[in-house]
Design a protein around this ligand. Sequence first.
Ligand SMILES: NC(=O)c1ccc[n+]([C@@H]2O[C@H](COP(=O)([O-])OP(=O)(O)OC[C@H]3O[C@@H](n4cnc5c(N)ncnc54)[C@H](OP(=O)(O)O)[C@@H]3O)[C@@H](O)[C@H]2O)c1
Length: 270
Amino acid sequence: MSNKIGIIGFGNIAKAIITPLLNDSILKTEEVYCLVKSNKSLDLIKNSYPHKINIFLANSSDAKMVWDSPIKLLSVKPQQLNEVDEFNIKKEQENYMVSILAGVSLRRLEEKFPNHKCVRAVTNIPILIGEGLTGISWGAKINEDKKNFIKSIFKTSSKIYELPEEYLDIFLALTSSSPAIIALIIDSLSDGGLSGGLNKKLSEELVIEMILGTVLLLKKSNMGIIELRNMVTSPEGTTISALNTLEKSCFRSALIDAIMAARNRSKEFQ
Ligand SMILES: NC(=O)c1ccc[n+]([C@@H]2O[C@H](COP(=O)([O-])OP(=O)(O)OC[C@H]3O[C@@H](n4cnc5c(N)ncnc54)[C@H](OP(=O)(O)O)[C@@H]3O)[C@@H](O)[C@H]2O)c1
């Protein structure tokens, strides 16, 4: 990779995407041009971010150096999109806007950035440890070379799935919102441990190790999900008592409804 990249909004997720590329020298510091909104973030990044990237305030004249980049990663919050406008675009080059904003459609991006070819990417928080999932939907007229470059931005930190845009909202609900659901499940199960007399720290540790082991078993053994469930659910046993209690509380439909609520919220941003 040798292209300059502009990053509009160098917050948590942009850092999680870009830092491993800098750590592995896939990107050089002098190729990374970033914008933030506040002096506070600017100072924090200048003083404590481990790589000496180029970073400027969005409303400064230096911002043009970021907008100069042929490829930009748009990583502000969806609610901040209205404050971002094309600025000093080099029309003689092809410009690409890769948005990671939840829910914001390609059509809206193309209207907002008429001098850019637009791409939507949905990624999730395990990118922080290189275990993320990224869904990508391509806008019109993007050639294979550019697609490969854009995929390489996410490849170090995540597995990539190329999807038609109509599936990105459900992809987001399942992969980007669900880590919060898993965190809630871990917290709730460990409260169960607490109720049974274990301390919270040990309960959390047991739950996390149990989830990790269960997931690895499913991944490594080819065992089906129902097969695993049946294997640990014996007649009149402890597990069926637990599962019955969850059925009475509509646990499964609550999870299905939660995923659909996240998908519908994502659609509202469009
Ligand atoms: N959280 C997740 O799990 C997750 C997962 C996948 C994708 N996403 C998406 O990732 C995006 C960023 O989320 P985040 O958690 O990284 O947010 P964040 O940490 O708040 O980062 C937002 C960044 O945008 C900057 N910014 C704000 N207004 C700007 C403007 N007008 N011009 C240039 N920069 C501006 C902010 O600067 P200041 O700090 O100075 O305000 C900050 O650096 C969101 O759109 C979200 O939908 C989030």
